[in-house]
Design a protein around this ligand. Structure first.
Ligand SMILES: [Fe+2]
Length: 144
């Protein structure tokens, strides 16, 4: 489990350092990240604006974000069959601090839905990630 967490954390840190363009805002009442500051590493990290080989899959793989006060909810609108499912969500700051995680199990979770508490008075950019066991690693960048 720690290896997976470290992989996701390292991937986001590397990605934020290589950011180039585009915005991956999905839903909710949140402000999109500033243009030119989004993650884009084609073929490794996918987003609504960079679907790579998974063109057409963003609707069911890019995390959708809503916020209610200090709570951020991440939804990946994806099926949860035993052979094809969302493995995990994370909520991560640009410096790689993991604010929340949730692992899903296809026999137990009907939806890939997670809610995470924000630190007091947090503002700025955040990354929501979703990992599909067949369609790889997706991120939605947003600001609160
Ligand atoms: Fe998938």
């Amino acid at each position: 489990m720690n290896n997976r967490r470290n992989f996701l954390k390292t991937t986001l840190i590397v990605a934020s350092g290589l950011a180039v363009s585009g915005t991956a805002m999905a839903a909710g009442n949140l402000s999109p990240a500033k243009k030119g500051k989004s993650i884009k590493i084609s073929g490794i990290i996918y987003s609504e604006n960079d679907q790579g080989d998974w063109e057409g899959k963003a609707g069911s793989h890019a995390p959708k974000i809503t916020r209610n006060g200090q709570k951020v909810t991440i939804l990946t609108d994806h099926g949860m069959s035993e052979r094809h499912f969302i493995v995990r969500h994370t909520l991560v700051t640009p410096k790689g601090k993991v604010l929340g995680t949730q692992t899903f199990y296809p026999n137990e979770d009907e939806k890939a839905l997670s809610t995470h508490e924000l630190p007091e008075a947090y503002s700025g950019k955040l990354y929501a990630t979703s990992f599909c066991n067949k369609h790889d690693f997706w991120v939605t960048e947003f600001e609160i």
